[in-house]
Design a protein around this ligand. Sequence first.
Ligand code: ATP
Ligand code: MG
Length: 568
Amino acid sequence: MRVSQMFLPTLREVPAEAEIASHQLMLRAGLMRKLAAGIYSFLPLGYRTIRKIEQIIREEMDKEGAQELLMSALLPAEFYKLSRRWEVFGPEMFRLKDRHERDFCLGPTHEEIFTETVKSAIKSYRQLPITLYQIQTKYRDERRPRFGVMRSREFIMKDAYSFDRDENGLDESYQKMYRAYCKAFDRMGLDYTIVDADTGAMGGSGSQEFMVKSEIGEGVIAYCEACGYAANEEKAQCIVQKKDVDMAEQPLEKVATPDVKTIEELMNFFNCSSELFAKTLIYRADDKIVAAMIRGDRDLNETKLQNLLGCIELDMADAHTVREITNAEVGFAGPMGLDIDIIVDPEVAQMKNFVVGANETGYHYKNVNIGRDFKATLVKDIRNIVAGDPCPKCGAPIKTAHGIEVGHIFKLGTKYSKALNCTYLDENGKEQVMVMGCYGIGVNRSMAAIIEQNHDENGIIWPMSVAPYHVIVVPVKVNDETQMNVAQEIYNKLLKAGIEVLLDDRNERPGVKFKDADLIGIPVRITVGKKAGDGIVEFKLRKEQEIQDKTIEEAVHTAIELVKAAER
Ligand code: ATP
Ligand code: MG
């Protein structure tokens, strides 16, 4: 492709909302354009990389025996109503009606539709196992679309669904997908960690996420260097370090704490550490109001709480509700006298003589003791794990890191097959429910993650496997006939060898062309300059500083070898 003819609208300035490198670079390098919040158009250069990522995934899925198909994105509501997800998805689901007032949605994920399809076609154990997948556009009206295609409202997902006769079969199908994912992410050049993930309140017997470690990742990974344990924040269980608090219970004391609301203000007021406070958080769990107590310096994990309560929606109660329940302004909630369920974190359960809100504006209680002063409805782990907590497996100190979830594999069990009555007849002619797994990869999120891990101040540094083009040939002066001829010769030779190559034939200063080549991240640059007459060109890898003189033949040969090596 000749750069002069390309539709490549690079940008000098990116909007301030592009906070992270991949988002900025995808806009600057002309890979995509924003259409609306969380909605992007992929331009030719960006779309080439998308297609390469898709192809890598496709090849690895096919190798493990999965079969590709394509389903509609416009889906009738009935199957989601059967599984209850018509409600569960809440405002995240894009909903619409057809001219006959029938309900539809734009598919956020396709478990129900695959289940229905398999149900209508598969009757016998002989037809199982089967794994089907598609690479298709998904729609989710995310609460906070951000970071470009990292969290967008329309995105491409590879979603796969396995159907087995029993749990053992599911284990095998799951392992196949695990292998396919490792190979696919390896080929994309991603450095990732596989973590245990939460399976939710609805069951499921196991789940793992593929996390790309990155500062900007919205997920938190807890990992242990001693034993190899790794889990995400929702899953990582906090083990209470048993403290021998043989402290005598002090008499309860009500303390006037006017204008003291935050933990910081409390610490100053009582002149003690946040470990002596217990926060009481009021939540709305579907139609029920509950209280949750954690130590003053901890963060509540809403997924843990939600799983415990088995509710569909969980939100912090609004100020009005807090007032109604506690008879006090926000900031003075406490467990005493509350007539709702109180979920207490185990860490709080072993605290002695601590401080809580008094359910009266401007007051706190001091020397509070559980059992004596209030009762817990349930004592269960509901807080986020933090660095230094004991590893739930071996007890060594846990480390934490941020990560981008690029893929997710999940043993669903029979949740959807039961709801939609997806059964088969076993060897004895007996009806059995199919056992399912589901497996997702975010295609454009993977692309952004690759850029997060492969860039410098000048632009993207594409791994060869997903680069939109392998090589860029840059003649320094396009009106120098010798240079242009040599550039053209190299370009033709590479094209003939099946290399994806750009010829920057624009009449621009070399500095401009080098900058653009760096920005769009083409792995190999061959510069044709003054020495062209002697058959010498400059050879440079995007990821390295060094520039080497090579003969035309050498340059062509090395480029071909590099591309081939990446394909192996
Ligand atoms: P997250 O917790 O980040 O919202 P999720 O758990 O909702 O992700 P899944 O339903 O497991 O995601 O979807 C499978 C994959 O699709 C994810 O691993 C991720 O790579 C991708 N994905 C999910 N939501 C988005 C989104 N809004 N934008 C881009 N990719 C997404
Ligand atoms: Mg999500």
